[in-house]
Ligand binder design. Structure first.
Ligand code: FAD
Length: 537
């Protein structure tokens, strides 16, 4: 079995692991990150997209609010390419607790969050879709953050300092010698190939799977897993992040992200780190909660729903008292297992927010460095990350593509009409993977292929054909890959079958099941009446 040696092995290619491998590399430590899927395919790729100002937590979780505003400022400085400065608003209607806005504004002042009071007229002038029923409104420095871009930025920068990241490598065992962890066993999740990495220290940044990874050496890390769902509306109903000015609860935030507007979230306890199902009632709840602040949104066109699992952490006694995930702190924890369990060479970092990933990494890497005797300080807040343009993965804004298309700068047949992906773009992108495996899902994440209103109804089969022809895959494999890709796309649409998206889904199903005969490959049952939202009331 092939063995590689590094100083530190980071497990998990979410925002925490990506920030950590960058931090380690900047301190001159030879670090390798391993991720079981692609980068950002855990919770970090399934989140709401909000660069928190901290306003949401300022009453319920003051320390987290302070961490958020501190890191919000730093991330804007070091990763501007991943952040859209949408600004944010907190808006109270007559349905919300009347004494909350004054308490909230005082707490923001204490936390150092700039909250500028707006008149209802000023709020509506900035965001005309807002309700007329505004009793209080404040402007805050929220933003929207593209986590794929951010993580790509961290990893690209880590590589320039000598770090590295391997994707599709799952840690299946931790190597232990006496009272120390000395590395890990990996399996390539695409080829099944096994290898070993020896390391002086292993950093467990596996998010919701952190308990599973700690369990590989018999340690107990109790995490509260909390599933939350979100729904993407087909247009930006608002251009500013809109938060309901009330204690945190379900469905109180609208985030403009790229061309869409994401409503979220719910909070449901789960035992499974991979539990990304979305129930129909959650969609109804999210739309109903958003409607009082943005009237009419309830009947707007929703494109897709998705869910992620929050890895919440508090000492076990506090966790036992929390009734819902909203009651559990968003602070993070660094567990030095040498101190807690007498096992050297192993550190776990868990909890927190995507907004605070750099700070989480800093504290976790401090603990790792203490174990290694490295004294170099953290410098990740000092310099901007290089824009990850040199990477084979570069992300696009739809408006930029439409502009290029209109001016003849995007020649060739359109493969994905919704997200404007052309055949030459697709072929060049497949070629950029060299001899590495490339899946339709990689192309989706890289180019946004299949992420628009038709959810791969038209482009899925075309892209599969091009990929198959370029890579000369066996026809059966290509067909199976297409079935799996379409299945996954359909999963995100099924919980929101109403209006236009119901019609779209019916058409997509006819294309794939009847015209292309993929019936046997599609995993999904026919939609049941209870899957269809009743919006007639
Ligand atoms: C519904 C929802 C909405 C949210 N909204 C926001 C928001 O708007 N703003 C915000 O700041 N935060 C938000 N958060 C919180 C934020 O998304 C998370 O705190 C953050 O993404 C966690 O990152 P992570 O790197 O710790 O975990 P992850 O992103 O889950 O990364 C862990 C990685 O480890 C990998 N892994 C696991 N086991 C192994 C193994 N054995 N071998 C190799 N790899 C492994 C996984 O595949 C995964 O990619 C939200 C969370 C949820 C669930």
């Amino acid at each position: 079995m092939e063995t590689t040696s590094v100083d530190v092995l980071v497990i998990g290619g979410g925002s925490t692991g990506a920030a950590a491998v960058y931090d380690l590399a900047r301190r001159g430590v030879r670090a390798l990150l391993v991720e079981q899927g692609d980068l950002t395919t855990g919770t970090s790729g399934r989140y709401h997209g909000l660069l928190h100002s901290g306003g949401r937590y300022v009453i319920s979780d003051f320390d987290t609010a302070v961490e958020c505003i501190t890191e919000n400022t730093i991330l804007r400085r070091i990763a501007p390419f991943a952040i859209e400065d949408t600004g944010g608003m907190f808006v109270a209607t007559s349905q919300d607790p009347a004494d909350f806005p004054a308490k909230w504004a005082a707490a923001c002042a204490k936390a150092g969050i700039a909250a500028e009071k707006l008149t209802p007229q000023q709020a509506r002038a900035a965001e005309p879709a807002l309700t007329h029923d505004i009793v209080a409104a404040y402007r805050v420095p929220d933003g929207s953050c593209d986590s794929w871009n951010l993580n790509e930025g961290f990893v690209t920068a880590a590589r320039t300092f000598g770090g590295d990241a391997w994707i599709y490598q799952r840690v299946t065992g931790l190597l232990r010698e006496g009272d120390a962890v000395v590395g890990a066993e990996l399996v390539d999740t695409r080829t099944g190939e096994q290898r070993r990495v020896r390391a002086a220290c292993v950093l467990n940044a596996a998010g919701p799977w952190a308990g599973v990874v700690a369990g590989l050496v018999g340690l107990d890390v109790v995490i509260r897993l909390d599933r939350g769902s979100m729904v993407a509306m087909n247009v930006r109903w608002v251009n500013t992040v809109i938060n309901r000015l009330r204690p945190p609860s379900d469905g109180d935030i609208l985030v403009p992200v790229g061309t869409i507007c994401a409503l979220g979230t719910t909070s449901i306890r789960t035992e499974d780190p991979a539990d990304t199902r979305v129930d129909v009632w959650e969609i109804s709840k999210l739309l109903e909660e958003a409607d009082p602040v943005v009237p009419g949104i309830r009947l707007g066109r929703a494109l897709r729903a998705w869910a992620g699992v929050r890895p919440l952490y508090e000492p076990p006694a506090a966790l036992a008292q929390a009734e819902t995930g909203h009651d559990v702190s968003r602070r993070f924890a660094v567990i030095d297992h040498a101190e807690r369990d007498g096992l050297r060479g192993f550190v776990t970092v868990v909890g927190g927010k995507l907004t605070t990933c750099r700070m989480m990494a800093e504290h976790a890497v401090d603990a790792v460095c203490r174990q290694l005797g490295v004294t170099a300080p953290c410098t990740t807040a000092d310099e901007p990350l290089p824009v990850p343009e040199a990477s084979p993965r570069h992300y696009h804004q739809l408006s930029g593509r439409v502009d290029r298309l209109e001016h003849g700068a995007l020649p060739g047949a359109l493969i994905c009409e919704c997200e404007v992906v052309t055949r030459p773009q697709l072929e060049a992108h497949i070629a950029s993977y060299g001899d590495q495996p490339v899946a339709l899902d990689d192309l989706r994440r890289d180019l946004r292929l299949g992420m628009g209103p038709c959810q791969a109804g038209f482009c899925g089969v075309r892209a599969a054909g091009i990929l198959h022809a370029t890579r000369q895959t066996a026809p059966d494999n290509a067909t199976r890959a297409l079935g799996a890709f379409v299945d996954e796309r359909f999963k995100g649409v099924r919980p929101l079958l109403y209006g236009h998206q119901l019609r779209q889904f019916a058409l997509d199903e006819l294309i794939y099941r009847r015209v292309l005969g993929l019936d046997a490959l599609l995993d999904l049952d026919q939609p049941q009446p209870e899957d269809v939202r009743d919006v007639t009331e």
